[in-house]
Write a new protein. Structure first.
Length: 657
């Protein structure tokens, strides 16, 4: 978290107490629309160097290659409070990527500087690139006040013109994006985006956009602060009438392709940035990508020292996760929380902590279920559709699962029985919802299956469908799997179901095929993880009602919702009620009203029991070198949170020997 002081205040600042950033508290009880979050001060020992900038930058200033610090900082820099203590300058943060397409690693480490941010504990939305913001007219109008004097990494001013260019000239341009960004639409209309003055930009929607700030803090909001107009306008038809010839000279088919290549934030080292570190190579042309500190970065610590503390971030491109395990064990990675932080790998990583000079830090997953079993409630086979839509069938299949055995055998005694319900740390936690139908009760399962007309069996003891065929279905698992235990876990559950006379076949298939089949409504049962356990629940409610094509239990119902009835299949009344409630939720910016509406959605989800949960994911972990500091614990873990980016990597530091 941070606050704003004037540039003069910061350059005069000396030692003294630091403001601590605490994440240890509960994630519950959010206040998402805070514009000036409170901070708690505490005494902290640490480096108290008078140097206000990194030695490498000071040398460039002395040589006349760089303006003085006071000319590089905005008038009101963002002040970031270190977690442990003020850091020291220097060092390389060594990280890793699984091939050049693994750009999420960059996004999650150095690439999260947007108009607004999630606070480190995910409890609120806080200003970032924007100095402050106002929400007016019940959420129809959002005004962002930028930082006067803030600059891109090449020293050019960052102003409202850059935001307007990103929105009006690029994102809203139908030649570039025939389908506009859905997260910006209200009533199928884009907002008007206007420059009020050089440092004020206003978004006006046709109706209230209650989730705008939340979505702006997710990966969706990245584009708004990654398009420097002064650089990109030369590749845009509106500003360069000769751009088609320029595209041909640079071997692109059109100016749109040229612009796309030039605004590629992960693969154009010439693109100016607002990030704390600037990439120096094309991802496609190297096996080690280095990002070096941005001399115009607009954040400082409470002593007025320019951030980031760490000199550079380097990403080695590797082919598989085993290489990552080896590099961590050998002490070649400073801090990492992706790819290999599974239960299966933890014993190996634990054994090598002394050798690699690292330890674990705690992550709090937003995932509320390790393995979701989604029966296709809209199956093309009318007999299976009727069976799968019968809630008592799903209850029976849930009772048939021995979750205690699953936890012991597959999950190394980690986790607890759980349905598709928010985690305990969530403000929406409901114990009854989380625990319903999780008891292993074979008698109850058999009784329910008999009662719904599946009481006849074949010579091998398997139940028969009403049409006389064996009740048999495929459980489809995408490969490579998101979780390395899905196949082994499902093999055990198959035996549990066999004990009640149900025949399940496990089918591991390429992830592309998996998506093609479920989106075409061709699957029987799909396996995935249960997202939406923390603050992501409201903006990613896929498991609570048929919201998107990720709602694997009823993708045609979700399509009906997203197309306003033009495509897909009309869902039953309870699902339509949830959709109406969510539409109402999206039209209010009142946080309390959003919570009330979402609780009503969850109450229907609890009653309908759309899909089956298995095990609640326990706390997860990342690794950090013993000399790598200012990493808070726990850090929320979610793709929408972009772990660990909201924990402010710019204040991480490496203790120098």
């Amino acid at each position: 978290m941070g606050r704003d002081w004037t540039r003069r205040d910061l350059l005069r600042a000396g030692g003294g107490s630091l403001v601590a950033m605490s994440i240890a508290g509960s994630i519950a009880g959010c206040s998402f629309l805070e514009t000036d979050p409170a901070n708690t001060r505490r005494e902290s020992e640490g480096d108290r160097s008078n140097a206000k900038e990194a030695p490498s930058l000071a040398a460039q200033v002395k040589a006349g290659e760089l303006p003085p610090l006071e000319e590089r900082l905005p008038e009101e820099p963002l002040v970031v409070e270190p977690v442990e203590r003020a850091g020291v300058y220097g060092g390389t943060w060594n990280s890793v990527m699984v091939g050049p397409s693994d750009t999420a690693v960059i996004h999650r480490t150095i690439g999260y500087d947007q108009l607004v941010h999630f606070s480190p504990d995910w409890s609120e939305i806080v200003p970032n690139v924007a100095r402050s913001f106002d929400v007016e007219d019940d959420g129809r109008v959002y005004t962002f006040h930028l930082r006067r004097g803030m600059k891109w990494s090449d020293g050019e001013p960052f102003t409202a013109d850059d935001i307007v260019f990103a929105c009006v000239d690029v994102l809203f341009n139908q030649e570039i994006f025939p389908v506009p960004p859905g997260w910006l639409l209200v009533e199928d209309k884009l907002p008007t985006v206007e420059k009020v003055d050089d440092y004020t930009v206003r978004f006006t929607f046709s109706a209230p956009h209650g989730l705008f700030l939340q979505l702006l803090a997710t990966p969706s909001g990245t584009d708004l602060t990654c398009m420097p107009k002064h650089y990109l306008q030369q590749f845009h038809k509106k500003y360069n009438p000769d751009v088609e010839n320029l595209a041909k000279e640079q071997k692109y088919d059109s100016w749109i392709d040229l612009l796309g290549a030039k605004r590629a934030i992960f693969d154009n080292p010439e693109l100016p940035t607002l990030w704390g570190w600037k990439l120096t190579q094309h991802l496609s042309e190297t096996q080690r990508v280095v990002a070096k500190r941005n001399p115009y970065y607009w954040k400082v610590d409470p002593d007025g020292r320019q951030l980031p503390y760490i000199d550079q971030v380097a990403y080695d491109l590797v082919n598989d996760n085993q290489v990552i395990l080896l590099k961590i064990s050998n002490g070649e990675i400073n801090m990492h929380a992706r790819h290999v932080n599974s239960l299966h790998n933890k014993p190996t990583l634990a054994r090598n902590r002394e050798k690699g000079n690292y330890d674990f830090f705690t992550l709090l997953p937003a995932i509320m279920n390790e393995m979701v079993i989604a029966f296709n409630l809209t199956h093309e086979d009318p007999v299976l559709r009727e069976i799968f839509q019968n809630k008592n069938f799903r209850i029976a299949m849930s009772h048939a699962i021995n979750r205690d055995e699953l936890i012991t055998v597959v999950f190394q005694r980690q986790g607890e029985a759980w349905q598709l319900a928010p985690r305990r740390e969530s403000e929406f936690f409901d114990e009854e919802f989380a625990k319903q139908y999780t008891e292993h009760d074979v008698d109850k399962a058999n009784q329910l299956l008999d009662q719904i007309g599946l009481d006849q069996r074949d010579s091998e003891g398997y139940r028969l469908r009403p049409d006389g065929k064996r009740l048999r279905f495929q459980v489809e698992i995408p490969t490579p799997t998101v979780k390395d235990f899905w196949v082994s876990g499902m093999e055990l559950i198959r035996e549990h179901w066999k004990a009640v006379g149900v025949d399940a076949e496990i089918k591991a298939e390429d992830r592309t095929l998996f998506y093609e089949r479920k989106e075409a409504n061709k699957h029987d049962v799909a396996i995935w993880q249960g997202d939406g356990g923390l603050q992501d629940a409201i903006i990613e409610p896929r498991w609570y009602f048929p919201y998107s094509n990720e709602s694997n239990y009823a993708t045609p119902w979700a399509r009906w919702y997203s197309t306003k009835g033009k495509e897909g299949q009309e869902p039953p009344e309870p699902a339509k009620r949830q959709m109406d409630l969510y539409n109402e939720l999206r039209l209010t910016a009142d946080r309390d009203e959003q919570a009330r509406l979402f609780r009503e959605i969850l109450a229907i989800a609890k009653e309908q029991f759309w899909a089956i949960g298995t095990v609640l994911q326990p706390e997860n972990y990342g690794i950090k070198a013993n000399n790598f500091h200012n990493v808070p614990e726990p850090i929320p873990e979610a793709y929408l949170y972009l772990t660990p980016a909201p924990a402010r990597p710019e204040q991480f530091f490496i203790e120098q020997e």
